[in-house]
Design a protein around this ligand. Structure first.
Ligand code: DON
Length: 312
């Protein structure tokens, strides 16, 4: 075993090394409410399996987790419905943008994976089974609070409304899938719930805590809560590695070597299995819609801590 990394100085060092670059990248503006965020924000949180927490910068400030919710919703859906969800959504990298519609027609309305928008909309549809939209949203918020072991987590209503008002592309994807029978519930209900889980506001510290179960075979090592079986945790990690950054997934795996899920709010949740759960936030995005400095920070962390799923 390599020596235990000095996470206190690694986390502080990454923050200091990146400080001159804060503000780089382009903040998402297709959801107007996201464009209001200060591009110079930067937060980093590492929570180890022993529960030790290392924070830097704006790690306590809640931000819009956006597509990071897709990994948490997949966990909830797998827990509720098991493997049956794979009849309606695939497990292959898309090689396309997160909101692309082109593959859907060729592949009969079955999205490539649960992390592109179309796939996450299908997962959201499964969460509506037996629930009104309001109940589904309440269940989602309860689940995320349970994962993070924090009661204060809420959805940002202004972000949800902003997305609702500008959600034409998601509406197009959803109607298209409804026409194929991939969605079982009314499009408005499914998107209402989808926009709300994307609008969950969490700090890096809360998000890293929420991801701990993925670093520890499905069980939160701090609370002792069993979230999901170890086989499922392993598979969610596999999907995060192959699909978590859309058409930037290969580059992220090459540079960082850890499962990760990004969001257009500029956050990334990354998992170092057996070691830690990590959340980073920097609102400026690269051309594939992933946090520019966030992925650089994770590349530094993986290198400096010696963490990779591919070897030391
Ligand atoms: O549906 C959308 O477009 C957003 N709520 C989420 C997109 C997103 O986060 C893509 N991630 N990089």
């Amino acid at each position: 075993m390599p020596p235990k990394p000095d996470l206190k100085s690694i986390v502080a060092g990454i923050h200091a090394d990146l400080a001159p670059r804060f503000g780089e990248g382009k903040v998402a503006d297709y959801i107007p409410q996201l464009a209001r965020v200060d591009p110079r924000r930067f937060g980093l949180a590492v929570v180890t399996l022993e529960g030790e927490t290392f924070l830097a910068g704006d790690a306590e400030l809640p931000f819009s987790i956006q597509s990071i919710s897709k990994a948490l919703m997949l966990t909830l859906a797998l827990g509720r419905h098991g493997e049956t969800i794979w009849k309606r959504v695939g497990r292959e990298p898309s090689g396309s943008a997160f909101n692309s519609i082109v593959q859907l027609e060729a592949e009969s309305g079955i999205p490539r994976n649960p992390f592109i928008n179309a796939g996450a909309i299908v997962v959201t549809d499964t969460l509506l089974a037996g629930h009104t939209p309001r109940e589904a949203i309440a269940e989602i918020v309860r689940f995320v609070r349970f994962l993070a072991d924090e009661e204060g987590i809420v959805t940002d209503k202004a972000v949800a409304r902003s997305e609702e008002a500008t959600g034409d592309r998601n509406r197009a994807l959803a109607h298209f899938m409804h026409s194929f029978g991939t969605l079982k519930h009314p499009v408005d209900h499914v998107l209402g719930v989808y926009f709300h889980h994307c609008a969950l506001a969490m700090s890096c510290r809360q998000l890293a805590k929420a991801g701990l179960f993925l670093a520890n075979n499905g069980r939160n090592p701090v609370t002792g809560h069993s979230v999901i079986s170890s086989a499922r945790a392993r598979r969610i990690n596999a999907l995060m590695l192959t699909c978590g950054h859309y058409d930037g997934s290969g580059d992220f795996a090459y540079r960082v070597g850890l499962p990760g899920k990004s969001g257009v709010g500029g956050g990334i949740l990354a998992i170092a299995p057996g070691h830690a759960s990590i959340a980073v936030w920097s609102p400026g995005l690269d051309a594939t819609g992933n946090s520019l400095l966030g992925s650089i920070a994770l590349e530094m962390l993986a290198n400096r801590a010696g963490w990779s799923v591919f070897g030391h």
